[in-house]
Design a protein around this ligand. Structure first.
Ligand code: 4AZ
Length: 274
């Protein structure tokens, strides 16, 4: 986090949706300018996506993700990449606040299967989305619970949206607690202007941030949640941290995968592989 200053599937989704997007621990004030440390447990769908070291024991956080039900995580396609992933090297930690330290509220899961979007393009980052199936069922706690999938257009979110992660910060790359920053959605016509992204923003992406920069997601936040408060008081996973030119630079806001375009893809993968 950069702080510069089908029927069955319908039933499954409905069951998840009833209890999604609400935290037992309310987040700290989002109106603070700049990224701040999150209140521990206040983003209970945040996934600490880790890879095991090849030669020594242990693992390192390389991406984020979002828990969407008791078995499935949404992340970015580029966190997986186009080479066949070695699922045995992945680790999904839920309920974490410190990036690396282990505390009593967190739980670690293995990944049994990975589903990269069939049309993921690693050059344009179009369709930058993937699903992870966990190797066992998640028990929800005060610190671990799922986010809702979006059921509306981006423009209809009235409240501010928030991005969370353990990615790089300007002040120090050594901030190791979960950070949050509130960034507004920028319309794609603006974001595709010549001095901005000059047409690289597809209909499967959206931009969020400020014309002058200053607040943004950054390297290491990829795959993580961009959530917006719905009128029903629950958070929806509007975006997945995808890419950007640098971090927090003027006219180069963060770019996010538009999750609303993938609802039937997500439901199909889950229904066919549960
Ligand atoms: C990355 O490399 C990355 N400023 C993530 C987000 C942004 C840029 C880069 C957005 O993972």
């Amino acid at each position: 986090m950069f702080a510069k200053l089908a029927l069955l599937s319908c039933l499954i989704v409905a069951a998840a949706a009833a209890d999604c997007g609400k935290q037992a621990i309310s987040p700290s004030n989002l109106k603070i300018v700049g990224g701040v440390e999150a209140r521990p447990g206040s983003w209970p769908w945040q996934v600490n996506f880790r890879q095991k070291y090849a030669l020594t024991s242990g693992s390192y956080q390389f991406c984020g993700g979002s828990l969407i039900n008791d078995k499935w995580v949404v992340t970015a396609g580029h966190c997986i990449g186009t080479k066949k992933p070695k699922v045995e090297n992945y680790e999904v930690v839920l309920g974490a606040h410190e990036r690396d330290a282990i505390d009593s509220n967190q739980k670690s899961y293995g990944v049994s299967n990975v589903f990269l979007h069939e049309n993921y393009n690693d050059r344009t980052l179009d369709n930058d989305i993937a699903l992870l199936k966990l190797d066992s069922t998640v028990q929800f706690t005060k610190y671990i619970s799922p986010v809702c999938l979006p059921d509306k257009d981006l423009q209809s979110y009235k409240a501010e949206c928030v991005v969370t992660g353990w990615g790089d910060t300007e002040t120090s790359s050594e901030i190791k607690t979960l950070q949050q920053v509130s960034v507004p959605i920028i319309d794609t016509a603006t974001c595709n202007q010549l001095l901005w992204y000059g047409g690289d923003i597809t209909d499967n992406m959206f931009c969020a941030g400020f014309a002058d920069g200053g607040m943004d997601s950054c390297q290491g936040d990829s795959g993580g949640p961009f959530v917006c408060l719905d009128s029903d008081g629950a958070y929806d996973l509007a975006g997945v941290v995808s890419w950007g030119y640098g971090c927090a630079d003027a006219r180069k806001p963060g770019v996010y995968t538009k999750v609303a375009n993938y609802i039937s893809w997500i439901n199909d993968v889950i229904t066919n592989n549960n």
